[in-house]
Design a protein around this ligand. Sequence first.
Ligand code: 9Z3
Length: 389
Amino acid sequence: MSSQSSRPDLIPQTTADAAERDYFFENPPPPALEKHSGQAKEFIDFHAPAGRRVVLVTSGGTTVPLERQTVRFIDNFSAGTRGATSAEYFLEAGYAVIFLHRQFSLQPYSRHYSHATDCFLDFLHEGPDGSIVANEEYQSKMLEVLRRYNSAKKQNLLLTLPFTTINDYLFVLRSISQLMRPLGPDGLLYLAAAVSDFFVPPERMVEHKIQSTNATETQAVPEQTTKEQNEEETFDNFDSSPTVPRSKRLIVDLDPVPKFLKNLVDGWAPEGMIVSFKLETDPEILVRKAQYSLDRYQHHLVIGNLLSTRKWEVVFVAPNQSDTWIRVPRRRKKMTSSGIENMVGELGDKPLDPKDLPEGEPEMEIESLIIPAVEELHTSHIKRTRGTR
Ligand code: 9Z3
């Protein structure tokens, strides 16, 4: 296993190698790295001899701590719905799943009962003998979910590993993808986590909670200096609130997180199939950005999605293939001659307009369409790789 202390003498071959060497040397490995890598190794060693396909699903957001003893951090919106839902469909398709998720984000199976809108207590009541009973109307679905969960556990098909920060994520991703090498093309990396693009490098990270006042300072600041300083500080072109002096603001200075997809493709998991996600908010640039990512990293599939429509449609961008939109049907009230409501098919190669979408969640989970399509591409990837050996 690679660790912080084992890489500094590595001679970098490329810029990507140098960025990898520097990042993993300068940043501390998370304390649970060895434990989690050990669990992943055991899981892979269990499934590889059986020739089972193993997918690493990454899920949820990544935090960016502002202090070493972290009180404050920057985060993003991701709840882990895509990752947790995809993991279930991969299990149904016969994959063994390593579910690398942001701690406390949604998890396969328990996701059905863990959100504020679906609080598990609302599904239960107390029986006459004091036992806990599932409400009649939810029983069949709950039983179904419970059976699938227990079956995955019993067959050792699901390994869940948590991370919190962007740094934890990068260390564990590197370790697990390297451990997946013996799987060859049977390994699949499905990178759905919403990865932060910026972070505070260790040399600029303070140890303790960032202070908002200097109340702990014993020496009084001379009144004259403070006044002059304030006058100087209020003159600031970028200042939207000139009454707040610069010394009282928190200005966060972030570095870009190195893009390790190239390292993943070329070195960490060279034979596995790699699927990344591209998230945008502007429909005008989504496909172009996904294509750019594919050209730059030379992996196998980019799944593009827009924040506002991500549960309704995604676009597959793959080498030598035309871009393919995958959409779940919207139910529209359209009366047929028999007076029955009809489903209207979803066509077209342009992103949907969020204004045209019905309120609430789609009736079908889009991952039920994404995973079979990924599985098909994975099958071709395996055939192609084995055929050229
Ligand atoms: C995604 O695009 C996921 O589909 C979502 C899922 C994060 C939108 P939720 O968890 O959301 O279901 O609420 N993930 C990848 C986003 C990302 O960080 N991609 C990187 C990028 O766009 C490339 S690896 O640069």
